[in-house]
Design a protein around this ligand. Sequence first.
Ligand code: ZN
Ligand code: ZN
Length: 151
Amino acid sequence: MAKADAPVWAQYAHERLASTGFRRGGARSAVIELLDGQECARSAIEIEDALKAGGRRVGRATVYRVLDELDSLGLVTRIDIGDGLARYEAMYPGGAQHHHHLVCDDCGKLMPFTDDELERAIRRVARREAFAINDHDVTLHGFCPDCAPSS
Ligand SMILES: [Zn+2]
Ligand SMILES: [Zn+2]
């Protein structure tokens, strides 16, 4: 989903962390680099596994700590799809890479989607209700193509 004009999130995250006084730790950098390459949210376990597969051993407690730090600075969005497992994805400044989610209630797959009409509809609701929306996330639950009951 990376667009040429989108800010490089990892660079942005490192600058934000540095300006807040965080040191550029190895484990933190590893988690940031990994999240930067994901098109959608990942759980701490998936992040730990992906790091291990890439030859980086970062303990789960450390992954959780880094995700908490990033969350507290607004650098990641936490997504709860109802299975009790928090997933995190990079949050770009200015809402770049903004997308919504499809969740398969059978296999648990999480898929990103975007829709201009949906964004317009949400802005219309904001105007109508005179409500200043800071953020929104639309999650659609159902069955993915692999799991859809055949009819
Ligand atoms: Zn996502
Ligand atoms: Zn599925």
